[in-house]
Design a protein around this ligand. Structure first.
Ligand SMILES: [Zn+2]
Length: 253
């Protein structure tokens, strides 16, 4: 178990062009199932809400926002007036996610999909707090489904499934049912814990990886995608040279 510390308490919101609206609840340590920190409280200092209005079209990506908390990452993918949440952070993260929605000019009512990359507590911890807030479909990788306690039914996802224009990519290894979310139109990959970037781009942390061989195979698989941005569960988004970095990593494994 890892005793992690909260190193970031500010709410950061940034925007990237050509990608889905995206908010990241981010923390700095590796994935762990140990007891979570108390809910980080966003402060005004780091907040920089996007000034761009949401488009009226629901067909096109709109850019992405990042909400950076501490320890782990959750994502709010905005398309038109609808939102998909990818991962829910540690328990109590729902308030920060709500802040991220507001910063993007959205709110709980826009959330139509909640996708969990895998069953670890720091990715599903906010689920119980989000469930009462939204009328959404909840999803997880079919193999991890049984490890997730949810008040709402969870819809199983498998390789090639499509949700909200997002393609599901099976990336087992970190957990056996780990999935990543790929947005083909923009080359954006929400990588869960299949990749991390705290110390440059790396594969799943061996300390928390169920099957390292599978995790390595998943990295090599991801390297075959036309990726322009990697949005990991732990660490900073990689938005420049992502494909090259991933191919280099894959070749080194
Ligand atoms: Zn994990």
């Amino acid at each position: 178990m890892t005793a992690y510390r909260i190193s970031r308490r500010r709410l950061f919101v940034s925007a990237g062009a050509g990608v889905l609206g995206l908010a990241v609840v981010n923390t700095v340590s590796a994935c762990s199932t140990s007891s979570p920190p108390s809910r980080p409280v966003p402060t005004a200092g780091g907040s920089q809400p996007s000034a761009e209005p949401l488009p009226t079209s629901t067909a096109l990506p709109t850019g992405w926002n990042r909400v950076n908390l501490s320890y782990v990452s959750a994502y709010l993918l905005l398309r038109g007036k609808e939102v998909a949440i990818v991962d829910t952070g540690t328990p109590g993260s729902e308030s920060a996610i709500e802040d991220g929605l507001k910063a993007a000019g959205s709110g709980w009512s826009a959330v139509k999909h909640v996708i969990l990359t895998h069953y670890h507590d720091d990715h599903i911890g906010g689920l119980s707090g989000i469930e009462p807030q939204v009328k959404a479909t909840f999803y997880a990788g079919s193999v991890d489904l049984g490890n997730i306690i949810s008040d709402k039914p969870l819809k199983p996802l498998n390789e090639g499934d499509e949700v909200f224009g997002l393609r599901i990519v099976d990336t087992p290894g970190h957990t056996r049912g780990h999935i990543s979310i790929f947005e083909p139109g923009t080359g954006t990959l929400v990588a869960g814990d299949a990749l991390r970037t705290q110390n440059g781009l790396e594969s799943s942390d061996p300390q928390y990886t169920t099957d390292q061989k599978l995790a390595t195979a998943s990295v090599k698989k991801l390297a075959g995608l036309d990726i322009k941005a990697i949005l990991p569960g732990h660490g900073e988004p990689l938005t420049a040279g992502a494909k090259e970095a991933l191919q280099k990593l894959a070749a080194s494994l």
